[in-house]
Design a protein around this ligand. Structure first.
Ligand code: PMV
Length: 346
């Protein structure tokens, strides 16, 4: 079975963790299970053109980012290809042209590794499928998630939607090796759940996630944190089924602050929030107390704030964001997103 040349194209979304992945073992095995909402609008769109080579000695690829050659991304891709080659033995037989772009602004401080690595993994799986047409859809997506994990841990949660679990846990079917869709029925309260991302600081990350995960080795609170993640996953599982938004808010905000607490209590230590991050959090708390509208925040490993709320309060929350929070964003920038359904073939 030989395929000489061809091209494929996929889009893959970003995701936002509710219970955070922070800390890993060898081979991108997470130290604790995590769960995320897949996003809908923040995506990476990647096309992959492939052609069979004469020689098979090395990886051979060109990389375009938004239409222009991007040399500084190449080492990351090279490393990714090295890591996944044992599982895709044909990689050195082809020359690849990878052309990639994001739907969100370039230096927005939104991590593109989850969407980017999963979009590339989907494309490579499409070629694998052409070589092995008998492959089932389930296998295709599971292996794509497995490969994406080797690029960036959280990328394995971007292949599917709308809620994805990664890491061995009490949730049926969950695995350290790939993300799986939350298997139980999700309450309608979470249907079209909204995520408005407030861009507080669009600068380069102070701490790469690789360095961040490493800080959990020899961290004084690591073991308790990993246990807590299991406890919170168990609680959020019940919440996703029952629709209890008060409980949802408690778990999600506590997880965000715990992630940052881990960074503040590691050695070396980091503060990744900015003054405006705290201003926004306080405003959200005040608004919630005054209006009883179930809006909450979460954070990634940075200063930007994800504002999470049900669709039926969108108008009120968006008014609040425009009137009271946009002033804390860099250049008044924010992105309206919502829960989505995973990678799509284009
Ligand atoms: O996938 P990585 O290695 O970039 O780690 C991402 C970690 C967090 O975004 C901070 C949390 C998470 O679970 O997504």
């Amino acid at each position: 079975n030989s395929i000489e040349k061809g091209a494929v194209k996929w889009s893959a979304p970003s995701n936002i963790a509710l219970v955070k992945y922070w800390g890993k073992k060898e081979n991108q095995i997470p130290a604790n299970p995590s769960i995320s909402f897949t996003l809908n609008h923040c995506k990476t769109i990647t096309s992959l053109a492939f052609s069979k080579k004469e020689t098979t000695g090395n990886f051979s690829f060109d990389l375009l980012f938004e239409g222009k050659p991007k040399e500084d991304f190449k080492p990351k891709i090279q490393k990714f290809l090295e890591r996944i080659e044992p599982y895709l033995p044909f990689l050195k037989e082809y020359h690849f042209e990878i052309d990639t772009q994001n739907t969100f602004p370039h230096s927005s401080g939104i991590a593109s590794s989850a969407s980017g690595m999963s979009a590339l993994a989907m494309n490579l799986m499409s070629l694998e499928k052409q070589l092995h047409p008998e492959m089932t859809d389930d296998y295709f997506f599971q292996k794509a998630s497995f490969l994406a994990r080797l690029g960036s841990g959280s990328a394995c949660r971007s292949v599917k939607g709308s809620v994805v679990v990664w890491g061995n846990s009490e949730i049926t079917g969950s695995s350290d090796l790939f993300g799986v869709e939350f298997p139980n029925k999700i309450h309608d309260n979470f249907k079209n759940y909204q995520d408005t991302i407030l861009l507080v600081d669009k600068g380069e990350k102070q701490v790469s996630s690789t360095v961040g995960h490493d800080l959990m080795h020899d961290h004084p609170y690591a073991e308790r944190r990993f246990e807590q993640a299991h406890e919170n996953l168990s609680k959020i599982k019940t919440v996703l089924e029952s629709g209890n938004l008060d409980e949802f808010i408690k778990i999600v905000e506590s997880e965000a602050l715990t992630l940052h607490a881990m960074m503040m209590t590691s050695m070396p230590y980091f503060i990744l929030m900015k003054p405006n991050t705290l201003e926004i959090i306080n405003k959200i708390w005040k608004f919630r107390t005054e209006t009883q509208i179930p809006v909450c925040f979460t954070l990634d490993a940075g200063a930007n704030v994800h504002v999470l709320y049900p669709e039926n309060v969108s108008d009120k929350v968006l008014d609040f964001i425009k009137n009271e929070l946009v002033g804390y964003c860099q250049n008044s920038q924010y992105i309206c997103d919502e829960i989505g359904f995973g990678a799509t073939k284009l």
